[in-house]
Each structure stands twice: as C-alpha cells, then as structure tokens.
Design a protein around this ligand. Structure first.
Ligand code: CIR
Length: 252
C-alpha cells in the first residue's frame, strides 16, 4: 500500500522537454488539466499528494519518477541519463529527506527511475539509453541490502523499461510483445498489450486500482476480463512528451 505521492507541476516551458514523438503541438492548459486529474486519482486511492512547484529551466521536471527510486526503506536519488535532466535530481532531495534516508547513484553510473520496475520484493532495472550497467549495478547493490532481488533487463527499444512492462498486482505483468518472452519475467502471469496499443503498457498500480491511459479499448477489455479495477486517464499531452502515467509521481 502507498501512503504518499510526490508530484511536480508542469512548467509553462514543458513543450521544450525531450521527445521523439510527432503527435502535434503540446498544450499547456491541457497538460495542467491532465496533471490535476492525475493528482485527484492518486488522492482517491488514499494517497497524500505533495505537489511541488514547476522547476524553471527543467521542462521535463514534472516527470519526477525519473529522479528517484523510493522503497519502504530508502530513497535513492538517481543520476538521470539525459544531459538536460541531470540537474533535476538535486531538487527532489529535500522533500524525500523528510520521509526516507537518502542515498545516491554516483557518476559515471546513470539511472532513470522510469527504468526501475518493482514487483513486491523484486526489482527489474532496464538497461537503456538512460540507464547504464554501472547505474543498474549501484541500485542493485543498494536494494539487495534491504532484501530485494534485483535483475538487469536490456531494453528491446523504447525509452524506459516501464514504457513496455509494468507490474499490475496479483503476480501479473502488463507488457508489450518485445518483452513477452524475456526470461527474467518467467514466473509472472502476463497480459499482452497489442502492438497498436503499446502505449497502454504504462499502466500504474495504486492501492488495488490501475490508472490506465484512455483510448486503448483492447487493453481495457483484457484488464477488465482478468478482473482488474481500472481508472482511465487522459494522457494526450503526456504522450506528446514521451511520458506516461507512472512518470508523473513517486509513490511510497
Ligand atoms: C524524457 O524524455 O526524459 C521525458 N520527456 C519523458 C520522461 C518519461 N519518464 C518516464 O517514463 N519515467
């Protein structure tokens, strides 16, 4: 169960963030609406939500998931892999230090929180353009000390591990085709996201409910069929910035 979430408001400059998508001009009013709806959804799941102010000069800073990995025991400040985002990490320390002891990933290690998928006491760390082997090894060493089983998983493409695979509870993973037969995930039940709905793989488990992107009917049907409770969220502006639902909060 999560008690807290930390979020950060998108800045007026959010459209200057890193992106590879070509889905049209991002709209500030709409991202603010979508962000507010997201905060409400977290609150509805019983979380106390901290809302930090936007960080001028860091247009991706509302993707707070990437700058820390928070467990029941510790907060690990990451070393984001994108040059433009490195400075964000220091700005999450003060608030996290009120809840957890702080430790850090040290350069030349790099790590984005979007590459870290927790499933109870198991932790999967994506090796990506953002997360290198050194960063993954450092996180593994930190979390093993608290009893987590950590496994590095090379990405088959995409931005982050959680762009393609997410733990949705009940020993089940929601994942895209390239991740479906990855050996590290043997032993989980799996729900496959169709290729044209790949974005919906970034579905977020919060206290027994799944926050899932709106507009992916086949994934929705599969989740409902399997007995999961879902809350559909608008994500149009996030998609334009290569972001998803998990990216916009740290939950603990
Ligand atoms: C970036 O490229 O870093 C941002 N525009 C998107 C980050 C998404 N974060 C996540 O998946 N955890």
């Amino acid at each position: 169960m999560f008690n807290h979430a930390i979020t950060r408001k998108p800045g007026r400059d959010f459209a200057k963030g890193l992106t590879t998508s070509d889905l049209g001009e991002p709209d500030y009013a709409r991202i603010c609406q979508q962000h507010q709806a997201y905060i409400k959804a977290l609150q509805s799941q019983g979380l106390y939500v901290t809302v930090l102010e936007a960080l001028p000069g860091y247009p991706d800073a509302y993707f707070v998931e990437d700058v820390a990995v928070v467990t029941g025991e510790v907060a690990v400040i990451t070393a984001p892999g994108a040059e433009a985002r490195k400075g964000e990490a220091e700005h999450i320390v003060a608030v996290l230090a009120t809840y957890r002891p702080i430790t850090r990933i040290q350069p030349p290690g790099t790590l984005d929180g979007g590459d870290v998928m927790m499933a109870e006491k198991r932790c999967y760390i994506g090796l990506s353009e953002r997360t290198n082997e050194d960063g993954a090894a450092q996180l593994g060493q930190i979390l093993r000390a608290y009893g987590y089983k950590c496994t590095a998983v090379p990405l088959a493409g995409g931005l982050h591990l959680k762009s393609d695979v997410n733990y949705i509870g009940r020993n089940t993973l929601l994942l895209t085709e390239p991740m479906f037969n990855v050996q590290a995930f043997d032993g989980f039940d799996k729900i496959l996201v169709d290729e044209e709905e790949a974005y919906a793989a970034n579905t977020l488990l919060v206290n027994g409910r799944l926050l899932t992107p709106q507009g992916f009917p086949r994934t929705k049907a599969k989740l409902l069929q399997a007995g999961f409770q879902i809350v559909e969220m608008e994500t149009s502006e996030l998609q334009k910035m290569d972001g998803g639902l998990s990216c916009m909060s740290l939950r603990f």
